[in-house]
Design a protein around this ligand. Structure first.
Ligand SMILES: *Cc1c(COP(=O)(O)O)cnc(C)c1O
Length: 569
């Protein structure tokens, strides 16, 4: 970056004056900050990583804290039928993280459990460093049960999960103290997993209001069943004295210790991750005032190489101020198309090399990659293969690229993968489908940049925000999606993409049949004809995705909202 840009950033950035000792501790069960550090499972962790990157770019005095998850989430193997096998990820921790000598101690079921931490430092665009601490219980002195506790992200049973939450919340607060962080006065819980940290603060202050002043909570789950909860007797047994009766009375729900309610009770600022999600959360928790800050993605991370070059040439300064991407409107359409073809070639070469599928550089390519789970409806696009074949015959060739893991206990998600494999074989002569195994950040980057259309079909209102469509927008790839989560805010019909299904229904729920028909109709009459026969207007849409959506749905904007609304009030 040149000198002019650097100075421009300093003047422009209102947050730089806050530089100094860390004031905010950001807690997240998963953090995906580097594609080679597999300590994340999906959207929540990537969001945490992107948040930390933008804090570093904006000089926001924050530290991150998470679990080591030494064996990651899992490595996904798929056989020829699409059966998923889960293997531990082999990850050489010391390649990426530095072991620190500081330790802390917590109690789980009355046993002393020692914790240590590993350090990762992320350097922002102006050199500002944000430390991230990965808590680790794999220490000789610990009981063998406890040595396993920071190995598997979202693995094990309820008890294993509660132990992990004790480590993250209580262990996290204690570790920060032991590491010498004395200036922290905001604790941001990214989802309810870290909620037990509030009990450690409560022990310190013995005053609910004082704890509240310091706590910020972001909820991510629009379905009641998705919130972590634990049997109260078991929780008392595991957590011990730190869990006072008076607090249990305040927060218990359906006779369970509910982590979302614990976090809500102790926070002065609570937010959902999109405007719609705020409304849903407000209905779920009427006793609390819930705000919204819509998610974003870290622009420099998710813009592919070809588009990085294009933006560097035309929009210098976009790395530190992604709002400048609005001037993508002035970039020549042919240049955008050329860069898109470069990004598409990287994807098509990747799938052809790996899977020998003979995909074509010029064919209309649809991407669907995310957690394979029922509410996201991975099968909606292929639910009527005959119809899909018909469309391809009428308006032009279609190829489809899928990727995504199903949680080890999610049988429905696993069935979806098998269904995709079955369909892949049965319509292979007219539509090529590939399923890329082991979806992760690296693959996410290649797919979101390389397809022509990003498909997102969550069943409303279950998608809190969603972020993969934002990554696509950063690469000029329009989204075709259900009006849920961020897409309600991001979709301008035919300008930044297209909607699937109605905006609102009486019960505000998605109807598979209606959505499926709308999906096929729009592909056939609007989207694919525009791609093949009206290329100029197609590229105009691509350009609008960058100018209108990437310029807004990025974590720089998001972090500035957290600073103004959540951290410093
Ligand atoms: C962005 C991302 C996600 C989140 O995708 P959604 O479609 O928003 O659910 C999940 N996994 C990976 C690897 C990602 O990069």
């Amino acid at each position: 970056m040149n000198e002019v840009c650097k100075n421009y950033d300093k003047v422009k950035n209102p947050i730089s004056k806050l530089q100094g000792k860390p004031k905010i501790a950001y807690f997240s069960m998963e953090i995906g900050i580097d594609e080679h550090i597999p300590t994340y499972s999906g959207g929540l962790g990537i969001l945490a990583g992107d948040t930390i990157k933008s804090c570093a770019d904006l000089n926001v005095p924050l530290v991150g804290i998470t679990l080591l998850s030494e064996k990651g989430y899992f490595y996904q193997k798929l056989d020829k039928e699409g059966n998923q096998r889960e293997l531990p990820i082999n990850f050489s921790v010391s390649n990426f993280l530095k072991l620190l000598p500081t330790r802390t101690i917590i109690k789980i079921e009355d046993r002393d459990v020692f914790l240590r931490s590993w350090l990762y430092q992320y350097r922002g665009i102006n050199g500002y460093l944000i430390p991230v601490f990965f808590l680790d219980s794999n220490i000789n002195e610990n009981d063998s049960r406890d040595r396993n506790l920071t190995k598997y992200l979202y693995g094990g049973d309820n008890k294993y999960r509660l132990a992990q939450e004790i480590i993250l919340g209580i262990g996290g607060v204690r570790m920060l103290k032991n590491l010498g962080y004395t200036t922290i006065d905001k604790y941001h819980m990214n989802e309810g997993h870290a909620a037990l940290g509030t009990l450690e603060l409560y022990k310190e202050f013995n005053n609910v209001e004082k704890v509240r002043e310091q706590c910020v909570f972001t909820t991510h789950t629009p379905v009641a069943a998705g919130h972590d909860q634990f049997d109260i007797l078991e929780a008392k047994h595991m957590i011990g004295d730190l869990l006072p009766e008076s607090i249990i009375e305040e927060i218990k729900f359906e006779d369970k210790l509910n982590m979302t309610r614990l976090a809500l009770f102790f926070s002065h600022y609570i937010n959902g991750v999109a405007k719609k999600h705020k409304e849903i959360s407000q209905q779920m928790f009427p006793g609390y005032s819930i705000q919204s800050i819509t998610n974003g993605v870290h622009a420099s991370t998710w813009v592919s190489k070809p588009f990085q070059n294009l933006f560097d040439e035309h929009i210098s300064g976009w790395h530190s101020d992604p709002y400048m991407l609005r001037s993508a409107f002035s970039i020549n359409k042919n240049e955008i198309w050329k860069k898109h073809l470069d990004a598409k070639k990287i994807l098509i070469d990747f799938v052809n090399d790996r899977y020998n599928v003979g995909m074509n550089y010029n064919d209309f390519t649809i991407g669907f990659a995310r957690r394979q789970t029922e509410y996201k409806r991975p099968e909606l696009l292929i639910s009527d293969p005959e119809r899909l074949k018909e469309i391809a015959k009428n308006v032009g060739p279609i190829q489809i690229i899928y990727s995504g893991k199903a949680h080890p206990n999610d049988e429905t998600g696993k069935k979806s993968i098998k269904k995709i494999f079955d369909t892949m074989k049965s319509i292979n002569d007219s539509i090529k489908i590939t399923f890329i195994h082991n979806y992760n950040m690296t693959i996410g980057k290649i797919i979101t940049a390389g397809v022509d259309l990003w498909l997102n079909t969550p069943r409303r209102p279950m998608e809190a925000s969603g972020t993969s469509g934002m990554k696509a927008a950063h690469n000029g790839v329009p989204q075709f999606g259900t009006l849920d989560g961020w897409w309600i805010e991001g979709c301008i019909e035919n300008i930044t993409g297209w909607s699937i299904g109605p905006e609102k229904t009486e019960d505000d729920k998605s109807d598979d049949e209606i959505d499926k028909n709308d999906l096929y109709n729009k592909l056939e009459t609007w989207i694919i004809p525009k791609f093949y026969n009206d290329r100029d207007n197609w590229i105009r849409t691509m350009r609008s995705c960058i100018a209108i959506n990437a310029s807004f749905f990025n974590t720089n904007r998001m972090v500035q909202q957290y600073v103004l609304n959540a951290y410093f009030i």
